[in-house]
Design a protein around this ligand. Structure first.
Ligand SMILES: [Zn+2]
Length: 348
């Protein structure tokens, strides 16, 4: 994905310093603009301006107090964090997993192998990219519910293409999202859902082939959003969450501003109910990610992403994006909060 800007939510309405804003600008995922580099240098001596000010001070309406909410019918759902982490390890063990690679094919089979017996919808198409034509495959696992409507939980499984021959493995960026969905599948499988249907979506071709742009990115979800608009699926989707880079041991999820505000509020409410609220939304910023094609077509969508991965996001799209930076606790926090968010949506 591509980040535009990030700032502390406590500074949302205040005068934001040039130095602070430019240090968090990233262009094209890989290259910093020259002016940004200059800004970064200026900023080196300054403390990182992260303020965990409660969202109650934000200009957008805060979610209602937890006490006012209907209690869930069932006890809080939980995932198995050590199993989720084991999935990350196994996924990373394939090596780089860019579109069109042998490792990517192995990973497709690995994902499908874990979904045996589930209702799978897998579609492959050819993406015409700046680097040539590539097969792109979205994998969907469907878990039916009693309510009319669908909640989609998405995460990409491809890894960065330009870094494919550098030793890059994408433990967090690609690995964590693949694994958390596999663990959510374990949780959803074989149970009668008294709520909306839940579809897990492993997206492909999220990464840019060369330089992030509207046409060089999000290949899988741009295709799928159009397909779902044509076949009528789109209007059945009540909510769509994208989980991306959520394995960082120092978990601080951004309040992403392209996302649908009420859905972000709902996720925050879920985090409060699970007791994990300190890991969410202390900063806000705009990120281009797999939710965008759906946002553009009016689907309530939320990008749950931690784009503060190492100092100044230095591990992102670097060979330092490795297993040792991740924690099963972070997978647990995001996984359980996602399950809680699904429960809250079921009650709406
Ligand atoms: Zn990436």
């Amino acid at each position: 994905m591509k980040q535009h800007q990030s700032r502390s939510t406590s500074q949302r309405s205040s005068d934001f310093s040039q130095t602070r804003s430019c240090v968090l600008w990233i262009t094209g995922s890989l290259l910093l603009a020259s002016s940004t580099l200059a800004c970064s240098k200026q900023n080196e001596a300054q403390p990182k301006a992260v303020s965990p000010t409660p969202v109650a001070s934000m200009s957008q309406p805060a979610p209602p107090p937890v006490a006012e909410k209907t209690e869930p019918a069932a006890p809080a759902p939980t995932i198995n964090p050590s199993r989720a982490m084991q999935y990350v390890k196994e996924v990373v063990a394939f090596g780089a997993r860019p579109v069109g690679s042998a490792n990517h094919k192995k990973l497709e089979n690995y994902i499908l192998g874990h979904l045996k017996g589930d209702d799978i919808d897998s579609t492959t198409f050819t993406a015409d990219t700046v680097e040539g034509k590539f097969p792109v495959r979205n994998i969907i696992a469907k878990y039916p519910g009693t309510k009319d409507g669908i909640i989609v939980i998405a995460g990409h499984y491809d890894t960065n293409y330009p870094l494919r021959n550098t030793g890059y493995v994408g433990a967090n960026d690609g690995g964590s999202s693949t694994a958390i969905l596999l663990e959510l599948a374990n949780h959803l499988r074989g149970k009668k859902r008294d709520g909306y249907s839940v579809w897990l979506l492993w997206t492909d071709g999220e990464e840019a082939m060369k330089q992030w742009s509207e046409t060089d990115s999000l290949y899988g979800t741009r295709h799928l959003a159009q397909q779902w608009q044509s076949d009528g699926t789109l209007k059945k989707i009540k909510a769509l969450f994208v989980l991306d880079m959520i394995g960082d041991a120092e978990l601080d999820v951004l309040r992403e501003t392209h996302s649908t505000p009420w859905l972000m509020d709902l996720f925050q409410q879920a985090a409060a109910r699970t007791g994990y609220q300190s890991h969410f939304f202390a900063q806000e910023g705009a990120v281009e990610d797999d939710h965008l094609p759906f946002v553009k077509l009016g689907v309530p969508s939320a990008d749950i992403i931690d784009i503060d991965y190492g100092y100044n996001n230095v591990f992102h799209h670097s060979t330092q994006d490795t297993l040792d930076k991740l924690s099963p606790k972070s997978l647990e926090i995001v996984g359980n909060t996602t399950l809680e968010a699904i429960q809250l949506l079921d009650q709406r």
